[in-house]
Design a protein around this ligand. Structure first.
Ligand code: I3S
Length: 128
């Protein structure tokens, strides 16, 4: 179909504002630096943008703004991680390359939706 995720336009699964900090790079621990981030789940990737105010789910298109960083979800692991922060609603995402991020929202339903949507992409990639 024209809307298939096959081809050149990756499927936009979800987009929104989360608090983010990177805690490891290639397995090496980093100092936390929590910042609000516009997070876009598209195709097999989680993409992070600065300047959340300039982004909305309806206006976001692949390629129309420069991402701060991007995470390949293939082989990634997701875990609730309330032990890793004093904040509530925190999960940890670890990539196969040993990059680790904490993502957080003050809103329970928001973080639960992100967790289950990212996990479903990881599961889909595991089955491929
Ligand atoms: O895991 P930590 O070290 O308690 O994380 C806190 C610190 O990164 C802190 O910054 P300083 O390195 O300047 O102390 C941050 O302000 C806190 O937000 C971090 O803890 P939380 O519990 O918010 O993840």
């Amino acid at each position: 179909s024209p809307d298939s995720s096959e081809g050149t336009t990756p499927e936009l699964e979800k987009a929104g504002l989360l608090n983010k900090t990177k805690i490891a790079e290639g397995g090496r621990k980093l100092r936390k630096n929590w910042t609000p981030s516009w997070v876009v789940l598209v195709g097999n990737s989680l993409v992070f943008f600065k300047d959340p105010k300039s982004q909305t789910p309806s206006s976001w298109k692949p390629g129309n703004s420069r991402p701060e960083s991007s995470v390949d979800l293939r082989g990634a692991k997701l875990h609730w991680a309330n032990d890793l922060s004093s904040k509530k609603n925190v999960f940890r995402l670890r990539t196969v390359t040993g990059n680790e991020f904490l993502l957080q929202s003050e809103t329970d339903s928001v973080i639960r939706e992100w967790y289950s949507t990212i996990q479903s992409v990881i599961d889909r990639l595991d089955r491929e």
